[in-house]
Design a protein around this ligand. Structure first.
Ligand code: ZN
Length: 353
């Protein structure tokens, strides 16, 4: 225990002001920290389902929505479980650093004793048509007060502004109550494709559209707000296409479009999330090209958060938290949650299985 260090941390005051009582300061609490040597965990989500009845209604997309998405209430339960089990949100950059000589080093980051580091990511925060017509918000928006809002379009065509319906919103509220769920302000990584614009602004990908400039402006405001909150960004490819179906020349042209249209909105990033979790690391042509665009951290999907290295890049596995893994009680989720306690009753009542 020689290496154990002590850190006096004054916890943010979630001060309790009962009526008539005078405000009092809580005493500084000592948190014991030590260099963390264990695994870094990693999970990912897709945009959240705000309206389960719409998402799970009988339609051609019913199975799609059930398999790949979790609901707002499920996400809230997942967060509570992660916190209760000692996970703390971190950034990959805090743990994995590429040294000047090109070697990757895993840092022994100081963590409170008993805490486990967790990288959280959210893929496809583009609000494709399928999502926005099946109970997911249609875009993020920074409201006139500077808050991160979501626009939810209802089946009757009307829209409402919502503040507790997407991963960054729900997470922010959770961290305001549990500040020690985040290490040094870390939040997560948001993966953006390009073919449908960014953050629910499809005309970003359509330079000739009448609304193009305004949508770029709105999407940029969203990205700035998320960055202030502690979020980082990743490319999730431009086309979200499998390597089998997209020849290299077409792929490279599309990735250049990502750098041109989405890059300026989210800012430079070393993170790249493979579409469909397909591992491209064996494909030297593709990897050399992506490395030349400035990417060096690559994220896939697997049953545990594996770590691998390939020609100057690091490959990080992620565990999927989606309807399918929740419903099946996937063993990969066992360390994070008891899936039976997470499943939304609306989902469990689906009849088609
Ligand atoms: Zn995806």
């Amino acid at each position: 225990m020689q290496k154990t260090l002590f850190l006096a941390a004054t916890l943010a005051l979630s001060a309790v002001f009962s009526a008539g009582a005078s405000p009092s300061r809580s005493p500084a609490r000592t948190v014991q920290v030590r260099p963390y040597k264990g695994p870094v965990y990693s999970i990912f989500f897709h945009p959240l389902i705000s309206e389960p009845r719409e998402a799970f209604a009988v339609s051609s997309k019913q199975v799609f929505m059930d398999e790949w998405f979790v609901t707002v209430s499920e996400f809230k339960k997942v967060l509570a479980s992660l916190y209760q089990r000692g996970f703390v949100l971190v950034s990959p950059r805090q743990f994995y650093v590429k040294e000047a000589d090109g070697r990757w080093e895993k840092k022994d980051v100081l963590l409170p004793v008993g805490k486990k580091p967790l990288i959280l990511s959210e893929d496809d925060v583009n609000y494709y048509k399928t999502m926005r017509t099946h109970g997911v918000i249609s875009r993020l928006w920074v409201d006139p007060e500077g808050r991160l809002a979501g626009i939810l379009t209802l089946p009757d065509g009307t829209s409402k502004v919502v503040y507790d319906n997407e991963v960054p919103q729900v997470l922010e509220r959770f961290i305001s109550v549990h500040p020690d769920f985040s290490l040094d302000g870390a939040r997560g990584i948001i993966g953006e494709t390009g073919y449908y614009g960014a953050f629910g602004y499809p005309d970003v990908a359509n330079p000739k559209a009448f609304d193009h400039d305004n949508q770029v402006y709105q999407a940029t405001k969203v990205a700035q707000k998320l960055r202030q909150m502690g979020w980082e960004f990743a490319s999730h490819s431009y086309d979200h296409e499998t390597a089998v179906r997209e020849p290299d020349a077409q792929f490279e042209a599309a990735e250049k479009l990502w750098m041109k249209e989405i890059g300026p909105i989210v800012g430079p990033t070393p993170y790249y999330i493979f579409p469909f979790g397909e591992l491209w690391n064996e494909d030297r042509t593709r990897m050399n090209f992506l490395n030349s665009l400035g990417f060096s951290y690559y994220f896939g999907v697997d049953r545990r958060a594996s770590v691998g290295y390939a020609d100057g890049s690091i490959l990080l596995g992620r565990v999927a938290v989606d309807g399918r893994s929740l419903r099946l009680g996937a063993p990969s989720l066992r360390i994070f949650m008891d899936t039976k306690k997470i499943l939304d009753p609306d989902r469990a009542s689906l009849k088609y299985r």
